[in-house]
Ligand binder design. Structure first.
Ligand code: ADP
Ligand code: ADP
Length: 226
């Protein structure tokens, strides 16, 4: 079953006098359970592609379907709804709230969804255990290493039981060892059936997934299945 369909998507960032063509018409489909790696040099359009797939942004033209829902022309309110129900997003910069503990950071998406306190604390704790941070739940981001912060961010992304995990350069700010630990978590999630989509400029990650998309200058240069 196809879970994402990207059809002739173009994205032009319009900053008045300056217009940047980030995507020049890309097409691909993603099936349930795939581990997708979107690769390419800096500026090739990877983040833009992921942001559009994750309903954080909309294309200038073209169509995007998630589970057959046409998300490319939804308004912000409905985009947010799809995002909340289906997407777990992991950022390169972790984007944790610095004054909150690991547990509270993971609870946050569940607060927005109205999950009662006892229930969300229990789930947040379980998720932190899943990413190997059961002994760090009351630490704040500044008391954690980069790899630990990213694992908190993964736990947070999983909080509302998303259908899909999207990660933008999740190892970009990590040393090799922490990066490998983070990738192991994505691998495990995928083995349990989760569709995982990772953006990276690191060609070494090619062997991690089973569906590789290579971007260059806003176009798909190559697509391969392992
Ligand atoms: P990558 O993730 O491969 O580095 P991006 O999708 O971030 O590529 O960027 C593609 C192009 O679009 C680049 O030229 C970048 O500078 C530009 N771009 C990305 N985001 C914005 C934005 N919000 N406003 C203007 N230009 C942007
Ligand atoms: P990353 O590759 O981790 O997404 P970037 O530094 O490329 O980090 O982008 C960080 C943010 O800035 C993104 O939200 C992106 O859309 C935006 N951005 C990237 N390039 C530009 C640009 N040329 N002008 C304005 N915003 C940009």
């Amino acid at each position: 079953d196809i879970v994402f369909e990207v059809k002739n998507v173009k994205k032009i960032y319009d900053m008045g006098e300056v217009k940047v063509k980030a995507l020049a018409g890309i097409n691909f489909k993603i099936k349930k359970g795939e581990f997708v790696i979107i690769m390419g040099p800096s500026g090739s359009g990877k983040s833009t592609t992921l942001h559009i797939m994750g309903c954080l942004d909309v294309p200038t033209s073209g169509e995007v379907y998630i589970d057959s829902i046409k998300v490319s022309d939804l308004d912000e309110k409905n985009l947010a709804k799809v995002r909340r129900n289906k997407i777990g997003f992991v950022f390169q910069q972790f984007n944790l709230l610095p004054r909150m503990t690991a547990l509270e950071n993971v609870e946050l998406p569940m607060i927005y969804k109205g999950i009662p306190a006892h229930k969300r604390k229990k789930r947040a704790k379980e998720l932190l255990e899943l990413v190997g941070l059961g002994d760090r739940i009351h630490h704040r981001p500044t008391q954690l290493s980069g790899g630990q912060m990213q694992r908190v961010a993964i736990a947070r992304a999983l909080a509302n039981n998303p259908s899909y995990i999207l990660a933008d350069e999740p190892t970009g700010n990590l040393d090799t060892k922490s990066g490998e630990e983070v990738l192991k978590i994505f691998k495990k999630l995928n083995e349990e059936g989760m569709t995982v989509i990772i953006v990276t400029h690191d060609p070494e990650l090619e062997n991690l997934g089973n569906h590789n998309i290579f971007l260059r200058d806003g176009l798909i240069q190559k697509e391969s299945f392992v």
